[in-house]
Write a protein that binds this ligand. Structure first.
Ligand code: GTP
Ligand code: MG
Length: 219
């Protein structure tokens, strides 16, 4: 199968405060890498990976945005066309959790109308420094109508399953809103084509839907 052989292209953005671990979630998912000394992202980066759901190959085009305030206006431009968003906070940083609401509002304003969002409590390997209770995040996610999972990019915990869950939910939303299948055009949940610079995306591999570890952290 060619790397460009996919049925849908879903644009997914990773957002949240600076330092919560977005870039490491991104690199863990795309190339199974983690960096303890990663630098703050300047602007935005994107890459892609294929996921197979119900025998359909979905190309998840993932955009890692900068959390720093000075890049905020720029990052918003990249929300356009997104059908999925990972809203990330750091379980050791309460402010980053409080700010999740702000990020959520911002992405909803700029992304596709049927945007699917998942709240991610990252760094759950740092249990001894925990500042955000799992129950509080669960309650917030339930009220805001989004899924929730705790992850560790460092220990590679729940990273792949979080992306699989998000993409599966986008796929199911697409099914509900009656998007048309098309093998040649990339499609959003609204059935509208999205612009994809295929030369800049890399498909790393094909992953089967992963049903495990929907929420919580088993660090
Ligand atoms: P900006 O690009 O500034 O928005 O930050 P970011 O959200 O991309 O954070 P980044 O991925 O660069 O991670 C910030 C710091 O947290 C780095 O030192 C990472 O090594 C560390 N980090 C990221 N994920 C984890 C994790 O799961 N556990 C632990 N212990 N550290 C992590
Ligand atoms: Mg970053």
């Amino acid at each position: 199968m060619s790397e460009e052989d996919y049925t849908y292209l879903f644009k997914v953005v990773i957002i949240g405060d600076s330092g919560v671990g977005k870039s490491n979630i991104f690199t863990r998912f795309i190339k199974d890498e983690f960096n303890l000394d990663s630098k703050a992202t300047i602007g935005v980066e994107f890459s892609a990976k294929n996921i197979t759901i119900n025998d359909k190959v979905i190309k998840a085009q993932v955009w890692d945005t900068a959390g720093q305030e000075r890049f905020r206006a720029l990052a918003k431009n990249y929300y356009r066309g997104a059908v999925g968003a990972l809203v990330v906070y750091d379980i050791t940083n309460y402010d980053s959790f409080k700010n999740a609401e702000k990020w959520l509002k911002e992405v909803k304003e700029h992304a596709e109308p049927h945007l699917v969002t998942l709240l991610i409590g990252n760094k759950c390997d740092l249990e001894e420094n925990r500042a955000v209770k799992t129950e509080d995040a669960t309650e917030f996610a339930e009220k805001a109508g989004l899924g929730f999972v705790e992850t560790s990019a460092k220990n590679n915990l729940n990273i792949e399953s979080a992306f699989n869950r998000l993409v599966t939910e986008v796929f199911e939303t697409l099914d509900k809103v009656g998007g048309e299948e098309d093998n040649t055009t990339t499609t959003t949940t609204t059935g509208k084509p999205v612009i994809s610079d295929k030369t800049d995306t890399i498909t790393i591999g094909t992953t089967k839907k992963n049903q495990q570890a929907d929420s919580g952290c088993a660090c």
